[in-house]
Design a protein around this ligand. Structure first.
Ligand code: FAD
Length: 1019
């Protein structure tokens, strides 16, 4: 990012310019000295800070100033000012005084530190004016009512070097508006009162000075006050050399040739070489102040840096072209003098423009201004932006200045690549934005000139009043989407005031200062451009922060390479994270806006079960009837299939899988699978894939619930874990060969698979602990390790294992792991034993303990690439959790159904169970809990569909915790209502319970997900 801060020449007649630059010698006025007050003149005013403080501390408004006024000379405030008490003593006494005035307890112990913090940075324009005064031979003094701080030093947060005389009330023991302090100042300055001008923001102080014969200027807005001072003294008080330094050796150029060029091109008749200074800020195109002396307008030269450059980089020709074009169409830019593309003159192409005088405001809070002026400054910024965006690119002859259309899409892609090239560590919000932004691109982009770096300090304002006289820094300009400029200009609103690089406005009372909020800026812009409100403005904000984060990450990487242990480098790295986190918060806001927009029932309090279907239109279908017709059809076919073919065999399956034959599949299973396949109820889980039903998560969720009503059902439809997750991995990351060899038979339901990650010897909740190894040996990989809880390992049809191990123990923590495909019959693979869950061995699938002893597989069996293990695991888990949760909700619904049936038919103590209050309450509670869970899962599935799996990470973790624990409770109530039968194998309840309990650990235990949720919540 170019950070150009230089003052350039203004438009207007030569005479105007000459006058402004003080070239004509003015008649010296009678004045000899200027006296400045501190707070509200050289430093920001304490008045707004006091109001802010009262607001924050919930002190009745106005209490503090009323206390100071009412107590007068007897109060703590003047005692503090004359150093009679220090800050600490003041806190105590002043709290008591304020308490009396307010009629309630008021604690103002931290009032002074609060003021000290807010008043620590001097107003640069005033310091600049003081420098000019001294250069012109005027004496300057600081005359302040200050105090002794708790560290024993007087409050003076600026250098004494700016002044010939410094009079501090706390040091001299007398304060304004008492005459002795003025007289002291005058005598130290050795001037008469009538030779002096005094600037203060408090009327009583001015009155006293005036009565001594001192000329006074009341400071409400420092810029206006400086302007008045300029008029009184008849000299300019803005340094033209501001922000410049002597030219560095490597940046010097041939000024003789340059002068010749100017004479040839502009016929300037220059007879000597100029004084040249370099603008000091770290801009990428070196920029110089050119001064040929009083009779020639000062100029600014901008050139390419020396050395070899990429053809498109540092294109000063482009800058010149765009400034010329927009300047001819109503946009204020510095008057351009010449473009020279001939490198033989000063070594590189360059251009020259006139220097514009004016104010550049570096601090967006515009210290020292009145609220009215601040409002005008921001209004001007927006108006100028509108002028830029209204330039007719055809008429201005710049329709080829950039590509047409898809600006934001191209930008997202450019900055994504740039970020990925400079990635040094994982920034989760950045990764989420990389997924989210392309999915939410604006669809109605218009094309206009885009400035590319709109910030308050890229405008020069007229000194007398806030009017833009030039727009600077066109280096990033192009043709594109104008709203991106507007959003970018609002970045400071979301950064803290002490943010490095760009000062922010966060936490500042904008209303009080007169600065428009970002919403008001948007409104001003829309009104001026006659646009309807920009609904997706938060998208543009997310994009703006993403772009800045990517730039900062680039800076970080470069600085890290240069100075690996520098603290500064570390700080820049953190800035990128901070920016991308803010970007993500806008993305989340925009996500919810879309979500709410498409689901008007949510949040409105209206119950709407017939919310219109089709999540592809971004609507959350909260009932089956709201699904697309084709999915409703699948749902009803599935229900029918369950009735016709699954429930009737459930008992027989249950008995079979408890018998000694249980390690072979039920003989009817293959027939049922064939029936399901021919009924089109097959591989329903693969979303948006060539291989499956092409359903999105929320559609499939409804089908999953149906399948979850019977533990044996998912396999019949080829939708059972762990095969579903493994198939997703192969579909997404597998090579063509891997797909052919393993995915195809899995999709056809001919073989089964398992996933071997968990290890008995380490806590595998933290998968970075796993110890199994993957070593390269020529064209082969050698695997060693012991795994357990490998679900599916016992199944005789299991032919392929996805093995997770470490291939590089020295890599970054989450890049040590890889996944490898291991055919089950590879020598060295040994299945030791089946594990049980509450005594259930889940035959024929089983959960195996498996040893891998020097297992050798071809290197082509690696999935994706070495080090990608975590990435793959993450991708595998999102949809899998929706599946598990919706199946559990199916189990809960079935349990509640069974319970309702049962309690109607059982009588105890003369009454059917269904009449008992406890039973009724249990039924009601279960209904509430099931519906709560379902909605949460559907919302999560919907977020995955509209915003992507990463965007829904928190919600995925939430359902993973909420659903198993809730479903356990629902099943538990059903079991209780059943009595002993509920725990038996005669009903599916015990099996459901064991599985839902297991799911509080399988796929990662609750605590791990809770920690992730809390982290995101607190982020
Ligand atoms: C039925 C079933 C099927 C499974 N199927 C598979 C499979 O197919 N493939 C596979 O690889 N694995 C499988 N697993 C294993 C499962 O993924 C692991 O058991 C799980 O990840 C936990 O690891 P662990 O058992 O090593 O527990 P540990 O890591 O030893 O953790 C023990 C306990 O510590 C607590 N804990 C952990 N982290 C935190 C934290 N950050 N804060 C607070 N407390 C914490 C939790 O309460 C946790 O339960 C299955 C497990 C079950 C029960």
């Amino acid at each position: 990012m170019s950070v150009l801060r230089f003052a350039l020449g203004n438009k207007g007649s030569l005479l105007d310019r000459v006058l402004q630059q003080g070239v004509i010698n003015h008649a010296r006025t009678k004045f000899r000295a200027v006296i400045f007050d501190m707070g509200g003149v050289v430093l920001p005013s304490p008045f707004p800070m006091t109001k802010e403080y009262e607001l924050q501390k919930k002190i009745p408004p106005g209490t503090i100033w009323k206390t100071i006024k009412d107590y007068g000379d007897k109060g703590a405030w003047p005692k503090l000012e004359i150093g009679e008490i220090n800050a600490e003593e003041f806190g105590q006494i002043f709290s008591e005084e304020c308490t009396k005035i307010a009629g309630e307890t008021v604690n103002v112990h931290d009032f002074l530190p609060y003021l000290e913090h807010g008043m620590k940075s001097p107003i640069t324009e005033v310091l600049d004016a003081i420098n000019c005064l001294r250069q012109e031979g005027y004496k300057t003094a600081l005359l302040t009512n200050n105090w002794i701080q708790s560290d024993g030093k007087s409050l003076l947060p600026l250098s004494k070097d700016y002044f010939d005389v410094v009079i501090e009330s706390a040091v001299v023991g007398v304060n304004k508006p008492k005459y002795p302090i003025y007289n002291l100042c005058l005598s130290q300055l050795n001037v008469k009162p009538e030779d002096t001008i005094f600037l203060d923001d408090m009327q009583p102080n001015l009155v006293a000075a005036k009565s001594l014969g001192i000329h006074t200027i009341k400071v409400e807005d420092v810029h206006v006050a400086i302007n008045e001072l300029e008029q009184q003294l008849n000299i300019p008080l803005t340094s033209t050399n501001k922000g410049t330094t002597p030219v560095r050796k490597e940046m010097q150029f041939d000024t003789r040739k340059f002068t010749e060029y100017l004479n040839n091109q502009l016929n300037m008749g220059l007879t000597h070489e100029p004084e040249v200074r370099e603008f000091s800020h770290g801009q990428s195109n070196p920029t110089y102040l050119i001064d040929y002396g009083p009779s020639v307008t000062k100029m600014v030269l901008r050139k390419k840096p020396p050395g070899k450059l990429l053809p498109s980089a540092h294109a000063v020709e482009r800058e010149y072209r765009i400034m010329k074009a927009v300047g001819n169409h109503g946009v204020k830019v510095p008057p351009l003098l010449a473009l020279c593309e001939d490198s033989s003159i000063i070594g590189t192409p360059f251009y020259v423009m006139e220097l514009v005088q004016g104010n550049i405001y570096k601090d967006p809070s515009l210290p020292g201004m009145t609220p009215e002026s601040r409002k005008k400054v921001y209004r001007e910024m927006v108006d100028t932006l509108c002028k830029i965006h209204r330039v007719d690119i055809d008429k201005a002859g710049i329709s080829d200045y950039g590509k047409h259309g898809n600006y934001v899409e191209r930008q997202v892609s450019i900055w994504t690549k740039q970020y990925q090239r400079s990635e040094t560590h994982t920034i989760p919000s950045m990764n989420r934005l990389i997924t989210w932004l392309p999915q939410h691109l604006p669809t109605n982009e218009v094309i206009s000139v885009v400035h590319g770096d709109v910030r308050i300090d890229n405008f020069i304002f007229r000194r007398e009043h806030p009017e833009v006289v030039a727009t600077l820094d066109w280096e990033l300009s192009t043709l594109g989407d104008p709203i991106s400029d507007l959003a970018y200009s609002c970045i400071p609103h979301f950064l803290p005031t002490n943010f490095p690089i760009i000062s922010g406005l966060k936490g500042v009372n904008l209303n009080e200062l007169g600065i428009p909020t970002h919403e008001q800026i948007l409104e001003m812009y829309c009104n001026e451009m006659q646009l309807p409100n920009i609904d997706n403005f938060d998208f543009y904000m997310a994009f703006s922060f993403f772009r800045v984060a990517s730039i900062l990450q680039g800076v970080y990487k470069r600085s890290k390479q240069g100075q690996a242990s520098s603290d500064k480098a570390g700080v820049t790295g953190k800035l990128a994270e901070h920016m991308s986190d803010i970007g993500w918060s806008f993305a989340s806001k925009e996500g919810f806006r879309l979500f709410n927009k498409t689901n008007p029932s949510i949040g409105s309090g209206t119950r709407n079960y017939s919310t219109h279907a089709a999540n592809r239109d971004m609507k959350l279908p909260i009932h089956v009837s709201a699904l697309p017709h084709s999915t409703q059809q699948l749902h009803s076919n599935l229900l029918q299939f369950m009735e016709d073919h699954v429930y009737p065999v459930e008992k027989s399956f249950s008995e079979y899988y408890s018998s000694e034959n249980r390690w072979t599949p039920h003989p009817e299973l293959e027939k049922l699978k064939a029936k399901a396949k021919s009924a089109g109820l097959w591989n329903l889980f693969l979303p948006h894939s060539d291989h499956g039903a092409g359903l999105c998560n929320v559609e499939y969720a409804y089908l999953c619930e149906v399948m979850g009503r019977c533990l044996y059902a998912p396999e019949i439809f080829n939708c059972s874990a762990p095969d579903t997750g493994n198939m997703e991995v192969l579909a997404e990351f597998g090579t063509e060969d891997q797909k052919q060899r393993w995915l195809k038979p899995l999709l056809d339901g001919e073989i089964r698979s398992c996933f071997a990650m968990t290890e008995p010897q380490v806590a595998s909740s933290d998968a970075t602990n796993i110890e199994s190894s993957i070593d390269k040996d020529g064209d082969h990989l050698v695997l060693n390790g012991r795994k357990w809880w490998t679900s599916g390992a016992m199944d005789p049809r299991m032919e392929i294992i996805i093995f997770m191990g470490k291939n590089d123990k020295n890599a970054a923590r989450h890049q040590q792991q890889s996944m490898v495909l291991v055919p089950a019959d590879t020598p060295g693979v040994e299945i030791i034993r089946p594990l049980t869950v509450f005594g259930f061995d889940d035959a024929p699938v089983g959960h195996g303990e498996v040893v891998f002893n020097n297992v050798v597989v071809p290197k082509e069996n690696m999935i994706l690439e070495p080090g990608a293990g975590f990435r793959i695991a993450q991708a595998r888990l999102g949809p899998g959790r929706i599946h598990h949760c919706m199946r559990l909700i199916g189990s809960a619904e079935r349990s509640l159904d069974l319970m309702k049936e049962r309690v109607k038919s059982r009588v105890t103590f003369g009454r059917p169970l269904v009449t008992r209050d406890t039973i009724l309450r249990d039924i009601a509670t279960s209904r509430i809990e099931i519906d709560q869970c379902r909605l949460l899962v559907l919302m999560t599935a919907h977020m995955m569909d509209v915003a992507g799996n990463k965007a829904a990470a928190k919600e995925i973790a939430m359902i993973k915790v909420a659903v198993p624990i809730t479903v356990c409770r629902v099943i538990d109530r059903a079991m209780q209502a059943f009595g002993a039968a509920g725990l038996s194998g005669d009903f599916p309840l015990a099996g459901f319970y064991a599985w839902s309990r297991a799911l509080r650990i399988a796929d990662g235990p609750d605590a791990v997900h809770e920690a992730a949720i809390a982290k995101k919540e607190l982020a």
